[in-house]
Design a binder for this molecule. Structure first.
Ligand code: FES
Ligand SMILES: [Fe+2]
Length: 422
C-alpha cells in the first residue's frame, strides 16, 4: 500500500461520491442464474474443476515451527497434510498411505521426523514423501518404491499463511496473487498470531456466504445501530485484481467522521487504539475506512491497524457451508501467542463486536438459499457497486472452463477492461 495506491483510492472515492450513474460504458449485467447456487450439477463442476485447481489458505506457518511438525487439512475434500521439512520448507502431501489407504497421520497436529503410517508402518520421508521403509518387504513381489511415494500437492506461504493447491501445474502462489499482495504488504503478516477462531455451519451455498462480504450496499441496512451506520457505501472504492481477487475501501459516514474527530471523509489519521498493540506500518487510511481484500475463491480479509480477521468459506454440499473466521494480531508485548480462553478484556470486547457483525450477516444466508431454491427468484440482478460479486463468478467460470458449464448458467465475461493490471 504505497502512497500512489492511497492517492488512487482517494481519487476513486471522490469519483464514487460524485457520480450519478455507473461509469460511461460500464456493462449491463445479465442476471446471475440462481442455479449457480443451487444445482448439484454446478456444485459438481466446482468440485471437479475449481477446488482442485486453486490456491487456498490451509493454515499458518507458525502452526509448524520445527522440522517434522505437521497438521492435517481436509477442507478441499481430500485428506492432505502439511509438514515442515528438514530444510525448513513447508510442503503438502496427501495424507493417504500408498499401501491400503489408511491416513498416514491420524492426529490433526503433531511432530515426527518420518511420516509413519499408523496401520502397518509404511514410512515416508518428510522432505519428498519418498517411501523409505516397508515392514516385511519380502512379502511384496516387485514392490515399486518410487511409485508408492506419497503424492504431493503444491504448497507455499505468503504473509505467514500456508497456501496449498492440488494442481501441481498451477502458477506459483505470488504470481497468482499478483498485485493483490499490495493490500497485505503493510501488515507484517509473518509476525501476527491467532487471537481466536469461530466456525459455523450455515445452510447455504458457499458463494452466498462469500457474496455477503463483497459489497457494502447492505451495510447501513443491516449493520446500523441506533440509526447510525459507521460507513458510507456511496464512496466505496473498489479494485478488481487479476485472478478474481479484489479490494474495497469504504469511507466513514458523516456521524462516524464526527465521532472519531475527523474533519472530512479523507482526513485520514492514526486513531487511538487504547490498550491494543498496533501494527506500526499500517497506513492511516486503514484506521479511517473499512479496508478489505478478498483472495479468490474463499478468503475475505477486513484489515485493521490492530490486526484482522480472515473469513473463509468451505463448501460442504451445494446448500451447506462451513464459515470460519480467525482473528490475527500482533501478540501482546512479552508473549508470543494469545490464549483464546483467557483473552484480555479489550480483545473479549472486540470479539463480541466482530461476532455481532458476523451474526448480522449470517441472518440472511439460510433464507436466501431457500429463496434461491424457490421459483420465485427469477435471477440475481447485480448492480455496479456489487461488481466484485460478478468478478468472483467470472473467475469461477474461467477456472472451471466456460465450455463445461451449461450455457444458461454461464457468466458473460465482461469485466476484463476493469481489472487492474500489475
Ligand atoms: S495402510 Fe498404511 S501401512 Fe498399511
Ligand atoms: Fe455485512
Amino acid at each position: 500500500m504505497d502512497e500512489r495506491l492511497i492517492e488512487r483510492i482517494k481519487t476513486d472515492m471522490s469519483y464514487e461520491f460524485a457520480r450519478s450513474a455507473p461509469p460511461d460504458g460500464f456493462p449491463r449485467f445479465h442476471d446471475i442464474s440462481t442455479a449457480r447456487h443451487t444445482s448439484a450439477e454446478f456444485y459438481e463442476l466446482e468440485q471437479q474443476y475449481l477446488w482442485p485447481n486453486t490456491w487456498v489458505i490451509a493454515g499458518r506457518a507458525e502452526d509448524v515451527p520445527n522440522t517434522g511438525d505437521y497438521f492435517t487439512f481436509d477442507d478441499l475434500g481430500v485428506p492432505l497434510l502439511v509438514v515442515r521439512g528438514s530444510d525448513g520448507a513447508i510442503r503438502c502431501f496427501y495424507n493417504t498411505c500408498q499401501h491400503r489407504g489408511a491416513p498416514v497421520v491420524r492426529d490433526a497436529r503433531g511432530s515426527s521426523k518420518r511420516l509413519r503410517c499408523q496401520y502397518h508402518s509404511w514410512t515416508y520421508d518428510i522432505d519428498d514423501g519418498a517411501l523409505v521403509s516397508v515392514p516385511d518387504e519380502r512379502d511384496f513381489v516387485d514392490l515399486d518404491w518410487e511409485l508408492r511415494c506419497l503424492p504431493t500437492a503444491g504448497c507455499d506461504t505468503f504473509a505467514g499463511f500456508v497456501f496449498v493447491n492440488r494442481n501441481l501445474d498451477a502458477p506459483p502462489l505470488r504470481e497468482w496473487l499478483g498485485p493483490s499482495i499490495e493490500m497485505l504488504d503493510p501488515f507484517q503478516g509473518d509476525t501476527l498470531r491467532e487471537v481466536y477462531r469461530e466456525s459455523r455451519i450455515v445452510p447455504c451455498n458457499w458463494k452466498v456466504t462469500a457474496e455477503a462480504f463483497l459489497e457494502v450496499y447492505h451495510f447501513r441496512h443491516i449493520h446500523s445501530h441506533d440509526g447510525v451506520s459507521v460507513l458510507d457505501n456511496r464512496g466505496a472504492a473498489m479494485g478488481l485484481y487479476p485472478n478474481g481477487h479484489s479490494r474495497m475501501i469504504t469511507p466513514f459516514s458523516r456521524q462516524n467522521i464526527e465521532r472519531v474527530g475527523m474533519t472530512s471523509w479523507d482526513d485520514w489519521q492514526h486513531l487511538d487504539h487504547g490498550p491494543f498493540r498496533t501494527i506500526d506500518t499500517v497506513p492511516a487510511m486503514v484506521d479511517c475506512t473499512s479496508t478489505a481484500v478478498s483472495l479468490f475463491p474463499n478468503a475475505i480479509i477486513p484489515l485493521g491497524a490492530v490486526g484482522f480477521p480472515i473469513n473463509l468459506f468451505w463448501p460442504i454440499d451445494q446448500h451447506t457451508t462451513r464459515l470460519d473466521w480467525i482473528y490475527y494480531a500482533p501478540p501482546i508485548e512479552g508473549t508470543d501467542r494469545f490464549s483464546p480462553d483467557d483473552l484480555p478484556e479489550h480483545w473479549v470486547k472486540r470479539r463480541e463486536v466482530y461476532n455481532q457483525i458476523m451474526a448480522e450477516d449470517e441472518l440472511n444466508m439460510a433464507p436466501m438459499q431457500t429463496s434461491m431454491e424457490s421459483p420465485a427468484l427469477r435471477g440475481i440482478p447485480i448492480n455496479y457497486q456489487e461488481r466484485r460479486i460478478w468478478h468472483l463468478h467470472e473467475q469461477i467460470d474461467r477456472t472451471i472452463g466456460a465450455e463445461r458449464i451449461p450455457p444458461e448458467l454461464r457468466m458473460e465475461q465482461v469485466l476484463g477492461p476493469y481489472v487492474l493490471q500489475p
